[in-house]
Design a protein around this ligand. Sequence first.
Ligand code: LHQ
Length: 256
Amino acid sequence: LIISEIKSNIAVITLNRPEKYNAFNREMALSFQKTLDECECNNNVRCVYLTGSGKAFCAGQDLAEITDPDGPGMERILKEHYNPIVTKIRNLNKPILAAVNGVAAGAGANIALCCDVVVATQSAFFIQAFSKIGLIPDNAGTFFLPRLIGVQRASAFMMLGDKISAQEAERTGMIYKFFADKVFTKEAEKIAFTLADLPTKGLAYTKRALNKSMENNLMQQLSVEDELQQMAALTKDFKEGVAAFFEKRKANFTGE
Ligand code: LHQ
């Protein structure tokens, strides 16, 4: 249900239930968590590339599982499936790029939106599908979406359950960029290669600072930056970056 392969420092994670638009059931959610843990621990992985197989990125929760009497039950789904996924993505010590190759609905949309960089193919769209079935947006959608696009647009999108095109998602700041379908994979991979070549620890500290900025005041955030900058300055990649600058050459970062 999850395909994971490493291609030159990039872990490609593919949500793989194409006949169900890659909707999450318990097995797939737990397998995704395990794959994220493996990416966290593997120092050869310097970027994670998350995408979906077939036409869709992810249609969110498998709706058949919720009504299945042998299923996990509503009270366990967020606690055991999704909240750990969002936590692992936000705490991952390397950048994660969501390459949204098709529709991203419900939990599928919000998992994409909590990644560090989100790109989408032109024909993809995002739907906060929850209101249509009487649920509330989860997977930290109520946390990230208003911060990304403002409270007004977030509440309208969440209440109305609009289909948001990739183009509108870019325009409103929900995602970084959209690309024409023909060039999407090539452009998304280019971004992943760029991320994987950058100082991995520096990016991880940047991510930690951004996570903290969501809850801190200015004074607290200045002290977070101070602490993380000291740590960044201890990395080999910092030395290399400065040396390369003075030697007027391209830096060769190793992620250390
Ligand atoms: C699906 C699904 C799906 C199963 C498409 N499940 N089969 C957290 C906590 C606890 C409980 C509940 O939820 C959550 C988090 C959530 O994510 S709630 C929101 C769940 N997701 C949705 O409500 C979205 C449901 N899907 C749709 O609205 C549409 O399928 C979209 C707009 C994604 C795509 O529409 P179409 O392009 O028209 O495709 P389709 O509807 O024909 O779907 C293709 C197939 O995928 C189809 O199967 P079939 O056998 O009929 O060909 C669908 O049944 C299946 N599928 N989403 N979530």
